[in-house]
Design a protein around this ligand. Structure first.
Ligand SMILES: [Zn+2]
Length: 375
């Protein structure tokens, strides 16, 4: 199977490919059914999803490769941000199809979580079934939430009630003015750092652990509670230069976790906290959940973030997706157009892009395995 064929055109095809590759590699697939539903009827047809197959049509699939009692673990997750799963699924399928899974060093195992947010993957959304950004949901929900003042200021411009040339021009003016006054990263941060005040808005972190959050937690506790050292790679798309995979440390700058990431991946490891990353600092990401579920382990968690289209197009696609699900009609021409843009923002369906993604993924996985081995 060539590299391009590791990747799939839709969630269901990706799931089928992953399951098949997992079985061929001798792994048992553990399936977790998401309680929400995938698209149906006309919308399903034009999203190019194959025929519906009943109630449990959205699942997170999990496999374990290597010794059950391994103390060193490589953990990869795809589809934390639903629609970004095209890329992450391709990497996981490739790792199995290519036979690279046989490279696992002695005493090391691998845990793959496929489509952590299957709803978003199937519906071409970053968010889950409750409009929650899973990568902002692993925050401590018992305390008070951080306030994103930029988001509060720009809320109506970030998520306009109408999606017309006039409303977009007015919103653009406000966003640009904010960017000019406070800087481009402050604007990006206002939109994407995360917010806990607007359940219908973008980059919303929720009020409780979501289904995907709880699923990841239980999978980790059951399978990996004995692990002492964990290399975690969360597979994402949408930021940075096209086809380039940025290694973003998921640990606070100055922490032991960040130092481990730098030791393993070198100076090219970036951090949203100190302005070295194409990403704004985020709150409540999945690595927080990994560390919480595996208190006995040291964790080196990264986001492997692949560029697709320019940042402005990505953020506009996310805002448009929010609008179309809240106010628009998915089956109408505008709805279709906006969903097409959404897909393009998170998946560059081109052979050269897939080749770059794959080559980088192999290198980063190998560095992670080396880091685990040298401990
Ligand atoms: Zn992402």
């Amino acid at each position: 199977m060539g590299v391009s064929n590791y990747f799939s055109d839709c969630y269901e095809a990706a799931r089928a490919k992953f399951r098949e590759a997992a079985r061929a590699a001798g792994a048992t697939v553990e399936t977790h059914a998401n309680p929400s539903r995938g698209p149906e009827g006309e919308v399903r047809d034009w999203l190019a999803l194959p025929t519906a197959n009943g109630d449990a049509d959205l699942t997170t699939d999990v496999i374990w490769i290597g010794p059950r009692d391994a103390e060193r673990l490589l953990l990869t997750v795809s589809g934390t941000h639903g629609a970004e799963g095209f890329c992450g699924s391709g990497i996981q399928v490739g790792w199995l199809e290519s036979g690279l899974y046989r490279e696992l060093p002695r005493g090391t195992a691998m845990l793959m979580v496929h489509a952590l947010n299957p709803h978003g993957f199937a519906w071409l959304r970053r968010v889950n079934e409750g409009n929650v950004d899973l990568n902002r949901n692993f925050i401590d929900h018992t305390g008070s939430y951080p306030v994103n003042e930029g988001y509060e200021t720009l809320r109506d411009a970030i998520c306009p009630a109408e999606w017309t040339a006039e409303s977009l021009a007015a919103a653009r003016e406000r966003l640009d003015a904010y960017g000019q006054t406070h800087g481009a990263m402050a604007l990006q941060s206002a939109i994407s750092t995360g917010q806990y005040s607007d359940p219908q808005g973008v980059f919303y972190g929720g009020t409780a652990p979501t289904w995907s959050n709880r699923t990841l937690d239980s999978v980790l506790r059951r399978h990996a509670g004995h692990a002492r050292h964990v290399a975690y790679i969360d597979l994402h798309t949408g930021l940075g230069p096209r086809g380039y995979g940025e290694i973003i440390s998921n640990h606070p700058a100055g922490s032991g976790g960040h130092a481990r990431v730098v030791e393993w991946y070198g100076d090219e490891a970036t951090n949203g906290d100190d302005g070295t990353s194409s990403s704004a600092a985020v709150m409540g990401d999945t690595t927080v959940g990994v560390e919480r579920a595996l208190p006995a382990a040291t964790v080196a968690g990264i986001t492997l973030e692949y560029g697709t289209v320019p940042l402005d197009e990505v953020l506009t696609a996310v805002r448009a997706d929010n609008w179309v699900h809240l106010h628009g009609d998915l089956a109408a021409p505008l709805g279709r157009e906006l969903k097409t843009r959404m897909r393009r923002a998170f998946y560059a369906d081109a052979d050269d892009w897939k080749a770059m993604v794959w080559e980088r993924a192999v290198d980063v996985h190998r560095r992670a395995l080396r880091g685990l081995t040298e401990l």
